[in-house]
Design a protein around this ligand. Structure first.
Ligand SMILES: [Fe+2]
Ligand SMILES: [Fe+2]
Length: 407
């Protein structure tokens, strides 16, 4: 969806994308799907004792009855761990180069008023004035993006549960572990910068946002990567591109509204995401080279389960469907849409030369066929007639002081 709006157009924007209102149609669906591409190798069933409802809720655990939980763990055959060990030198030479030395990295303070400077208060006033030009629905999306970034502990945990690449000691010299720590350290600046910007903007209810972050980190995520690095790298490749797109789009919208400073903030974060996308897609490309059958089966497995967004357990203490509501607003503003989802899939199919893979097993060919056709199917869904503006309900968001925003 093209970002064609001016600031005044935000509330009357023509809706050209399919905005799903039934939960099962959402790209971000939390509904469980079984996968016919799951590896039949070593699995265990993760047992999970349910906490009493109130206790779960107060701790930030699953408060939503429809929540599905992964049951498959350690699905990569143990002998493949050796393959990941054998790639360590390759990672050192080819992947670690995509981390930037700290001294060459931007830091959040580069984009924010300096509290030690004499002009600090004036700079904050200017920032707040610019923020007044941005509409409420824009802030809903920016807050959702920031909260997603702030749940970084969950993402580092996910990578450190992946067999063959995890950081065994939290300071392991393995190139895989160096990558995970370096990537996390770079990502940490994203939530930090957006959080500080939003705090200074005066447009949002920081306490509600902080509660949402705490709930989210307490809830974790259920992305069904099964401690399997093939699945994990497909997931991160997809996600880095998704965040590159969404931060880029929030930047473009800020620019439309004349806030070049915020546009620069979003654009700078987007360029980090692009660099991370390059690294993860490169790892996956290598796996396609050395183990094409497992790679394409993993790709199909993740796509069949759908790429669940990492913040899908988002909760603010009020709205049980907060993530769905945030996602619908993001889609309506064109920040992240069903078409983006299909485009990312197509981008990865091309990047990994999936159509040209040969000498695959029967299961591999089936997986190849599935991912190559899936983009078309998703696009057909997008062609459904969207709801008219007057048919869309308005939902209060606690992040913006319970002001209502149209879905
Ligand atoms: Fe990020
Ligand atoms: Fe990222």
């Amino acid at each position: 969806m093209a970002l064609i709006c001016s600031c005044q157009d935000f509330h009357s924007m023509k809706l050209t994308t399919f905005v799903p209102f039934t939960k099962t149609h959402l790209v971000y669906s939390r509904v469980s799907m079984s996968s016919s591409f799951s590896s039949s190798s070593a699995r265990s069933i993760a047992s999970k004792e349910a906490l009493p409802g109130n206790l779960e809720k107060s701790l930030g655990h699953a408060q939503k009855p429809q929540r599905s939980l992964s049951t498959v763990t350690h699905s990569m055959p143990p002998e493949k761990i050796e393959l990941f060990k054998s790639l360590e030198d390759w990672v050192k030479t080819n992947v670690l180069i995509h981390l930037k030395p700290v001294e060459k990295c931007w830091q959040p303070q580069d984009f924010l008023p300096d509290p030690a400077s004499d002009g600090f208060l004036e700079q904050v006033i200017e920032l707040k004035e610019r923020a007044k030009e941005l509409p409420d629905d824009y802030f809903v999306v920016l807050v959702g993006d920031m909260i997603t970034e702030e749940a970084l502990p969950t993402y580092q945990s996910m990578l450190n549960t992946a067999d063959g690449i995890k950081d065994e000691s939290c300071s392991s010299p393995s190139p895989w572990a160096i990558w995970i720590r370096g990537w996390t350290a770079e990502e940490n600046r994203h939530g930090d910068l957006l959080n500080k910007y939003l705090y200074l903007s005066g447009r949002v209810d920081m306490k509600q946002i902080e509660k949402t972050v705490q709930y989210l980190i307490g809830s974790g995520m259920d992305i069904r990567t099964e401690n399997n690095p093939y699945l994990g790298v497909v997931y991160t490749s997809f996600q880095e591109r998704a965040t590159f797109i969404s931060h880029g789009n929030t930047g473009r919208l800020a620019k439309h509204c004349g806030d070049n400073n915020l546009a620069q903030i979003c654009g700078t974060i987007a360029s980090d995401e692009k660099r991370h996308e390059t690294a993860y897609t490169k790892i996956m490309k290598k796996l396609f080279e050395v183990d094409p059958d497992a790679a394409v089966i993993a790709f199909a497995n993740m796509m069949q389960k759908k790429i669940t967004m990492p913040a899908h357990f988002m909760y603010d203490g009020h709205d049980d469907d907060l993530f769905i509501h945030f996602s619908i607003v993001a889609q309506r503003l064109g920040v992240y849409t069903v078409i983006d989802y299909a485009n990312i899939l197509g981008f990865l199919v091309d990047k990994w030369n999936v159509e040209k893979l040969s000498q695959l097993s029967t299961e591999g060919r089936k997986a190849q066929d599935y991912v190559c056709r899936l983009g078309q199917k998703i696009r057909r869904l997008e062609e459904r007639v969207p709801l008219r503006s007057e048919e869309r309900p308005a939902i209060p968001f606690s992040w913006i002081f319970n002001k209502s925003v149209k879905l």
